[in-house]
Structures are given as C-alpha cells and as structure tokens.
Design a protein around this ligand. Structure first.
Ligand code: NAD
Length: 496
C-alpha cells in the first residue's frame, strides 16, 4: 500500500481561505462573514472559514437536486464503483488526511489514523450497496396469483452536520450510505476544524462522482438554520451536543424532514471487585484520556464497586499521570490539546467548580504546560469523592477529566447510569459472566462495553445512543443508515 506524502507538517497553504465544493467546483461563498480556524497545539491560524449564507446553501441544494435526476437512475453497482475508487484514494492519502486532522483538531497522529481507518471502513461497507439495498418479496403474498414486494428508493437531497471531535469520521457515518442509495449530499462540517473535509472533497472529486452528488458547505449555526429551513432538503443527519441535537431534531421533524441526531454523553465505566485491575487500568486511561476526552464514547465517570476503590484510585492516577501530553504530530505524544482556548477555559472551569463543591483533585491537569507550544493543553485530571449533585457529575465536560465514584454493589452502579439523562455508552469490567449479563440487560445506553472501554461499533453495525444522546429512530452506519436514507414502496402485482 502506497501512502501519500504530499503534505508538509503544517496544513497546505491553499487551505488558507476555505471554499465550498458545490456542483463539482470550488466556489468562494457569497458571505462576508469568516471565522479563524487555529491549530489547537500551536494556537496559530491555519485557515479562514466562510460562514455560508442562506443563498450559499440554496446554491448547493439546487446543484444537488439537478444531479439527483441522473444519480437516482444510476444502477446501484455503478454507484458503488465510485466508492471503490474513493476507497483506494483514501488509502493512498490516509496519512495526509490523518496529519490534517491532527493539525486542525489536536488529537494524536495514531488517533487520527484510527479515525481515517473508520471512515474508510464505512466506504467499504457502503460499497456493498447492491446487497444492502435489496428489498424483499413474497410470491402469492397478497392472495393466489397476487405477488407482493418491497422496493427501497432514495428520497433526494440530504445534509450532514457534524461536530469538531471527529472531523472526518462522523461525516462518513452517513454520506457513503446516503449517496450509495441514490441520494445527493451536502456536508456541513464543524467550523472549528473543517480542513480535513476539504481534502476529502478533493478525493471525492478525483473519484469521479458526478458534479452535484456530493457537496461541501462551510458555516456555523446560521448555515445550519438555512439547511433546516430549506424546503428541498429531504432529511438531516446531525451529531453534536445534546441541546443542539434536540433543537435540530425538533425543527427538522416539524418541517417534515427525516432526522437522526446524535447528542452528548457522560459515559460510565464500572469496575467490579472481580475485575483484573492491572489489565483494566490501561483500558480506563485510553477511554478517559484518548482524544483528550473529546470523544462521545470517552469514559468520564469511573465507578469502583465494593472494596476496589482505593486500589483503583491509586493505580488509575499513576497511569494517567504518566501520559505524555504534547503536539499530536510527535509520534511519542499520548494526549493532545483540546480544541480551542474557549473550550480549555470551560474544562478548567469545571475542575475549579468541582473542587469548590467538595471533590478531591486526585490528579490535577490544570498546571500542565507543553514546552515550545502555546496551544490549548489540559493535563489528565481525576476528581475523587464526586457526588451526584455536583456540576461535574451532571454535565458533559468533554475534556480529559474523569470523576471517581464509589458504590456498594452492581445494582447501585446500574441505577447511577440509568439516572443519567445521557445514554451513549457504558462499560463494565468484570470476570463474571453473570455480572456482565445483568449489566448488558439492565443498562440504558446504546453502546455497551464488556471489558472494552470504548465500545465503538464497526461500520457494519449501527452506532447506538439512547435518551439525550440520540434523537430519532434509525442510527448512523450500516443497515440503519440504508433504511434512513431510503423509503419503502410496496408493490402488489396481479397478471390476468
Ligand atoms: P456542537 O453542538 O457545538 O456543534 C455540532 C454542529 O452543530 C456543528 O457543525 C455546529 O456548526 C452546529 N451548531 C452549533 N451550535 C448550533 C446551533 N445553536 N444551532 C444549529 N447548529 C449549531 O458540538 P461540538 O462542540 O462540535 O461537538 C461536541 C459534542 O458532540 C459533544 O457534546 C459530543 O458528545 C457530541 N458528539 C456526539 C456523538 C454521538 O455519536 N452521539 C459523536 C461525536 C460527538
């Protein structure tokens, strides 16, 4: 496998002033409003992001609608062939894509490689669309000599609105399925780190997707409002914080659009007394501090059951304290910065507040500095003696901060998880099949890990989520996505 090597350590200069990719061409949007996009490790501006207007969104929708006429008539196998080409291009440029993700989002290079791998896997799964999209039939299903069948058909133009923390992968939870099923797509990445999707669109262009089938529109909340208000957008896939997810879900549904909206998280990792603590600790550390805690599947609450708490605190703190924090392009770095100065201040504010409310700071990341870099670093932090009523226990922090709780039994842990308004992920560490089974059965969360700290579904499984972590019915990825992007038509046939 040849890996692309075209990028310098800093993002290519032509990413400076970003453009929209609309109707197969790069266009500077009409807007006069632009945002600066910084590298979170250096604090340096690497791009300016246009905040596309209603007219910019409409231009993309019109191009997509025009493209849809021919794209929906293109046989599924021919549509799939574009994904085979894209897959090879993405493999070739995987390292370029990963480096751009590091420079714009801040995660480590290995985490970014993992993100690109997950994106490619979704392309690979969506390339199986001739099988995935098949309907079903029943001879004599509606009576003697009367056959009945179901067809799945595309709906038109969909838009995908994604968060900053996986600037490439989250778009790929959706668009390969939307486009493979015969719809057209408008991507609206996060305004905080949109450059990697810029590179993705270069590859989409090279893969020969017809003009207008896949489009990219930059912007922030006003652009999202224009998407939600547009009458010719059939549906919206959203991922972001819970309050925005709920608002997007409500508004899109009220205007008759299909909508699936992933929200925030506060994931609990339960450590049973029968768990193999030495094996558990490294798993806990990568769950809580991978991607600097900016992962919707990150562990943020660690619950020690029974007498495990003291040992757990000691070993977990020692392992977390040993993490090397720095610029993610350095292969030896294990944790990068958070996304922005504003977010760093918010995370630090949570730690201060936790301490004021009575939590004990068992490991303090507030003073961490990285020599040579002025970016937005927060070190791994552990808050012990956290009580459920504290702000740090109730709100999503989305940074490298883990809360420690001690509870008496597994039932208490399950109760604590189920009392949370979030339901994205939950993990149990145990060597008991009975405990694992009770946990899996009783916990209300969409992605369950059993001795797995980040229960991230592969592309051929749906990405779960319950309660305020997901609004809608059909989830991202795989068959759920195929169903979301198609509507079923029933045909009853009698020949006389
Ligand atoms: P965010 O909600 O601030 O932004 C997400 C997207 O919505 C962005 O594209 C942004 O431009 C847009 N947006 C922001 N405010 C808006 C508003 N008021 N109206 C309309 N659109 C708006 O989220 P973020 O900070 O980029 O991402 C972090 C959040 O995403 C966390 O809460 C995290 O848990 C969540 N997340 C969830 C999942 C999941 O699968 N459930 C996956 C990844 C991230």
């Amino acid at each position: 496998m040849v890996r692309g090597t075209t990028l310098l350590p800093e993002v290519k200069s032509h990413y400076g002033d970003l453009k929209n990719y609309v109707g197969g061409e790069w266009r500077t949007p009409e807007t006069t409003a632009w945002l600066e996009d910084t590298n979170p490790a250096t604090g340096r501006v690497i791009a300016r992001v246009p905040l596309s207007t209603k007219d910019d969104v409409d231009r993309a929708v019109q191009k997509a609608l025009r493209a849809w006429d021919a794209w929906r008539e293109t046989p599924p196998l021919d549509r799939a062939r574009h994904f085979f080409v894209l897959r090879d291009l993405m493999e070739h440029h995987a390292e370029d894509l990963a480096r751009v993700v590091v420079q714009d989002m801040g995660k480590t290079i290995d985490e970014a490689r993992g993100e690109i791998r997950r994106a490619i896997e979704n392309v690979e799964v969506a390339a199986g669309i001739p099988s995935l999209m098949m309907g079903y039939n029943l001879e004599d299903g509606a009576g003697p000599g009367i056959d009945e069948e179901v067809l799945y058909q595309p709906l038109g133009v969909f838009a995908g609105i994604s968060p900053f923390n996986f600037p490439v992968m989250v778009q790929f939870w959706f668009w390969p399925y939307a486009v493979a099923t015969g719809n057209c797509w408008i991507a609206k990445p996060s305004e905080q780190d949109p450059t990697a999707m810029q590179l993705v669109m270069d590859l989409v262009h090279q893969a020969g997707f017809p003009a207008g089938v896949v489009n990219l529109v930059h912007g922030a909340k006003e652009t999202v409002q224009a998407i939600l208000d547009h009458p010719d957008i059939a549906g919206v896939s959203f991922v972001g914080s819970s309050s925005v997810a709920k608002a997007v879900y409500t508004k899109a549904a009220a205007s008759g659009k299909r909508v699936q909206a992933g929200g925030g998280a506060k994931n609990v990792l339960v450590v049973m007394p029968d768990a193999k603590l030495d094996k558990v600790v490294s798993n806990l550390v990568s769950s809580c501090y991978g991607c600097a805690g900016e992962r919707c599947l990150a562990g943020s609450v660690v619950v020690g059951v029974g007498d495990v708490h003291a040992d757990l605190r000691r070993k977990f703190s020692a392992a977390a304290a040993a993490l090397k924090v720095g610029y993610g392009l350095d292969e030896t770095v294990q944790m990068g910065p958070v996304i922005s100065a504003g977010h760093r201040d918010r995370v630090l504010g949570f730690i201060d507040r936790g301490e004021q409310e009575g939590a004990q700071v068992a490991l303090d990341g507030r003073t961490v500095r990285v020599s040579g870099y002025d970016g937005y670093f927060v070190g791994p932090t552990i808050l012990d003696d956290v009580r459920p009523e504290m702000a740090v226990a109730q709100q999503e922090i989305f940074g490298p901060v883990a809360n420690l709780f001690a509870v008496g039994g597994l039932d208490d842990a399950v109760e604590l998880i189920n009392a949370s308004p979030y339901g994205n992920a939950a993990t149990i560490y145990t060597s008991s099949g009975k405990h694992a089974r009770d946990f899996r059965h009783g916990v209300r969360a969409g992605n369950i890990g059993i001795n797995v700290g980040v229960a991230a579904p592969m592309a051929y499984f749906p990405f779960g989520g319950m309660k305020n972590s997901f609004f809608g019915d059909l989830h991202p990825q795989s068959r759920d996505a195929v169903r979301f992007f198609t509507e079923s038509k029933v045909v009853i046939t009698r020949w006389v």
